[in-house]
Write a protein of this length. Structure first.
Length: 293
């Protein structure tokens, strides 16, 4: 059985850890509130923009739909893996990385040597760099100053790479925010734009827009904007998911520290009681020995 000094030292250590996890939970909760507000405000805009794009582009010729819809033989692939810059958020980062690896294995094993990784978040950058993947780390620190202007540069890099033929397909891997305790892993094709099949009834009920100056000009402006918004939305989803995952992980760590403290205090009391009993027995034994003399 451990002595009193060792148990007391462990109690002090666990108490300090519990205070840290409580503080980290509170910080994550404050950051989550802001991140959640941003993604909730972004979702209706992104959804409406996607709906307008779908209505405008439905029924147009392939050449009018633009370079972003061109299907090519897949030789070079860019996979954008979005994680966080820090740990202590449960399986948040490892799940996103595993999803990226699974995507390569199941879908692009034949093009494995020509798969490029665009990591966003320090954890993804460190993982894929250490393992010798073709990593483009120019935009790995976007979460340190997350804004549409910064994210737009990364989106334009991917879009320009597709336009120039450097990449034949671009995929996004990220965690979608559902609630504090739940994050949904998403693997989405970013480019080329997947064509949406519409039924005759849907085509008949589609909104008839008046185009000014022309449908071609509208599509040239709308498609790139929609792609950048989609890219930005993925980062906002991941950012909110990260804080939710960290808040949950720190809450669980705080609870576990509380359970450990209960056990340690029980051990401390038992050890102390045993020590007191031993001292009493020694005193009684000594008194009896003196009396027998």
């Amino acid at each position: 059985m451990a002595n009193l000094k060792e148990v007391k030292s462990r109690i002090s250590s666990v108490t300090s850890t519990q205070q840290i996890t409580k503080a980290m939970k509170m910080v994550a909760a404050a950051k989550l509130r802001r991140a959640q507000d941003r993604i909730i405000q972004m979702r209706p805009y992104a959804s409406k923009l996607a709906t307008i794009l779908s209505n405008v582009s439905s029924g147009v010729e392939d050449d009018l739909a633009g370079i972003y819809s061109v299907e090519r033989e897949v030789n070079n692939v860019l996979i954008v893996v979005i994680t966080s810059d820090k740990g202590l958020c449960g399986a948040f980062n490892s799940n996103a990385i595993k999803a990226g690896l699974t995507l390569i294995k199941e879908k692009y094993q034949a093009q494995k040597d020509n798969v490029h990784i665009l990591p966003i978040g320090r954890k993804a950058n460190e993982y894929f760099t250490k393992r010798g993947y073709n990593v483009i780390s120019d935009y790995s620190d976007l979460f340190s100053h997350l804004s549409f202007e910064e994210v737009r540069a990364a989106a334009e890099f991917a879009m320009n790479g597709f336009k120039s033929g450097d990449f034949d397909r671009i995929e996004l891997v990220y965690n979608e925010f559902k609630n504090i305790a739940t994050q949904i892993l998403r693997k989405e094709q970013f480019l080329p734009i997947e064509k949406i099949e519409t039924s005759e009834e849907e085509s008949a009920t589609a909104i008839d827009y008046i185009y000014e100056p022309s449908k071609e000009v509208i599509l040239e402006e709308l498609i790139p904007k929609s792609l950048k918004v989609q890219f930005y939305k993925a980062l906002l989803e991941s950012n909110a998911s990260e804080h939710g995952a960290r808040m949950t992980a720190m809450d669980k760590a705080t609870e576990n520290a509380g359970e450990l403290l209960k056990e340690l205090r029980l051990t401390y009391n038992r050890t102390r009681q045993a020590a007191i009993t031993k001292e009493i027995l020694e005193i009684v034994g000594g008194a009896e020995a003196l009396a027998s003399e």
